[in-house]
Design a protein. Structure first.
Length: 337
């Protein structure tokens, strides 16, 4: 049985507004990732994907607050740990985070090599500057990055190169879990391919033990991750293999996402795209029932008053809906006739 690198049980985190209102952007989320595997997280903007990414690091700062649940990385429970302890012993070594627009995260007045020195010094590892330099050169060479980039300022690098350098710096300590929040969204197609290939190579070569890749594009995840999880209004609504989620989604929201974008593997001729009506609910005052009910064409009155459970139908496949799989597939079949 494969070893689990990350286990999350009923994690709930919230934002507290200036008016003292609670906004639960991550609501009782559970997930796990095995060693050597990758998990994609998809959903519209505002569904809680980035908040989940921040929450999984166990490092909270206002207005984000930990409420309940467990985060276990390689058997180590980091839930509720002191922030200073998390920063020194967890961030970078146990879990690494690549934020959106990470290419702009580098201080333009410092050379790339200096950032790596800072990472090593922050973790108080017994290495001198010569040893750090040798380690950095070896890592850059393995990743296909020019060693000369260590002596350059970020403004001397292209956008795609800056993004790959940030990823190399963030994973220099070979973390157990790499969390990448839309790492290729601000890049051209060629640079996107290079960044994605680099991350897949890092996972395949054991430079990182597992990976979470966040985006709003399900087809992109099909080519990057093993499993895909769809998030809506702070909750998980479906999870399955990448193939299942792209070509046979169960939940109406997952199906809506797929029907709103082109999937090259399915062909694009005579494809009619359809948008999901409406917008995600305000999580200051979430709906009493299914959070997707107001936008779902199949919703019944009962859907709006009763929250559906998360069903496990075997093989790692889960979905959150009051309808059975057979009921949903029958409705979908009639629509496609």
């Amino acid at each position: 049985m494969a070893k689990k690198m990350l286990e999350v049980h009923e994690l709930t985190t919230k934002y507290i507004t200036r008016q003292g209102e609670d906004v639960y952007s991550v609501d009782h989320v559970s997930l796990d990732i095995e060693e050597g595997k990758s998990l994609g997280i998809a959903g519209e903007s505002g569904c809680g994907k980035s908040t989940l990414a921040l929450s999984l690091m166990g490092y909270y700062f206002p207005p984000l607050h930990y409420t309940s649940g467990e985060i276990i990385i390689d058997g180590k429970n980091i839930s509720g740990m002191d922030p200073d302890v998390v920063r020194k012993t967890v961030l970078g070594s146990e879990v690494a985070y690549i934020p959106q627009a990470a290419m702009n995260a580098l201080n333009p007045t410092r050379k790339v090599g200096k950032f790596i020195e800072d990472v090593i010094e922050a973790h108080e590892l017994p290495m001198d500057k010569k040893q750090i330099r040798e380690m950095a050169e070896q890592r850059f060479a393995k990743l296909g990055l020019p060693v000369e980039a260590l002596d350059k300022y970020s403004v001397e690098l292209s956008g795609g190169m800056r993004q790959r350098v940030v990823i190399a710096i963030s994973t220099i300590l070979s973390p157990k879990v790499l969390i990448a929040d839309e790492p290729s969204s601000a890049l051209d197609v060629t640079s996107q391919k290079m960044v994605i290939k680099m991350m897949k190579d890092m996972l395949a070569n054991g430079m990182v033990k597992s990976m979470i890749f966040i985006t709003h594009e399900l087809p992109l995840l099909y080519n990057v991750t093993d499993d895909i999880m769809v998030m809506y209004a702070g909750q998980i609504v479906e999870r399955g293999t990448a193939h299942e989620m792209v070509f046979d989604p169960i939940h109406p929201y997952s199906r809506g996402l797929m029907r709103s974008i082109l999937v090259p593997e399915e062909g694009t001729r005579d494809v009619k795209l359809t948008a999901i009506p409406g917008t995600p609910p305000n999580l200051k005052h979430p709906p009493a029932g299914c959070r997707f009910a107001d936008r779902c064409r199949y919703a019944t009155p009962a859907c709006k008053v009763q929250q559906p459970p998360l069903f496990d139908i075997g093989g790692g496949r889960t979905y959150r809906c009051s309808f059975s799989v057979d009921q949903l597939k029958e409705v979908y079949a009639h629509e496609d006739e």
